[in-house]
Design a protein around this ligand. Structure first.
Ligand code: IPE
Ligand code: IPE
Ligand code: MG
Length: 244
């Protein structure tokens, strides 16, 4: 297919449907998570090849701790092994890796590997890959509010000047343009506490494809849908077309 005319700079993905993918095959849910790792690899490569600047993946939400202990354990094991097996290749491909979320909740060995991977790839610029783990959009906003409140309490900030820009500056991904396109696989039509603030004007794309089946062709379908959208930011259609 031809390349879409308008490419998003920043794509965010809620990678959903691993469990159902495995259940359809009468296999344990953990196998679906492992299959999902392949889809991550394919998607990262495709984003890099297409010239997307940043990709933000929702890998584990602050609510996912509530799953059965063996599934949480299998996911932690998978994250640990993926950090060992994937980081060198990401680095060779110029990918900069960053983790966002309340990382302090993870076991020390996992935290240390996340820190090392971020440091190892910090100089790369072919693609910025953000992986959201123990992330919640409400946590992100509450944390920003706390940081500003602490500055006010110390006398370094006048509460009257707090505006959208100051709040945005305290959030995860503050150094990036907000996501242009949010993709959710797995058929559900919800945000599930992902980047609540940052998605304010993202184009939303939902697909029934289960995450382990997502690939470059599925990404191209999403990019083609995005290229056909008109982003109006509150203007009338005529106004926004006059500016384009
Ligand atoms: C998404 O797949 C992965 C995580 C939330 C960790 P699910 O595990 O939610 O898969 P379904 O929705 O049960 O099929
Ligand atoms: C959202 O998927 C979180 C991730 C993909 C990491 P869930 O499967 O946890 O979302 P809900 O529970 O269906 O809303
Ligand atoms: Mg799910």
């Amino acid at each position: 297919m031809t390349a879409p005319a308008v490419l998003p700079r920043h794509v965010a993905i809620i990678m959903d449907g691993n469990g159902r993918w495995a259940e359809h095959r009468h296999r344990p849910r953990a196998m679906g998570h492992r299959a999902g790792q392949k889809a991550v690899r394919a998607t990262v490569r495709a984003c890099r090849e297409r010239g997307i600047v940043a990709l933000t993946l929702f890998a584990f939400s602050s609510e996912n701790w509530r799953r059965p202990q063996d599934e949480v354990g299998a996911l932690m094991e998978l994250f640990l092994r993926a950090l060992d097996s994937e980081v060198d290749e990401l680095h060779d491909n110029g990918v900069r890796l960053r983790f966002i979320g309340a990382l302090e909740a993870f076991a020390p060995a996992l935290r240390e590997r996340m820190r090392a991977a971020m440091q190892h790839t910090a100089g790369n610029d072919a693609l910025l890959l953000n992986v959201a783990v123990n992330y919640g959009g409400r946590w992100d906003i509450a944390r920003a509010a706390r940081a500003l409140a602490e500055r006010v309490a110390r006398g370094n900030l006048d509460a009257a000047v707090i505006d959208e820009q100051l709040v945005a500056g305290q959030l995860c991904l503050a150094d990036l343009p907000p996501p242009d396109l949010l993709i959710r696989t797995g058929g559900e039509h919800r945000i599930s506490n992902f980047l609540l603030w940052q998605l304010a004007y993202a184009e939303l794309y939902f697909t029934d494809t289960l995450w382990p089946d997502f690939d470059a062709a599925a990404l191209d379908d999403a990019l083609a849908a995005y290229a056909g959208r008109e982003r109006r930011y509150g203007l009338t259609g005529a106004q926004s077309r006059a500016r384009a």
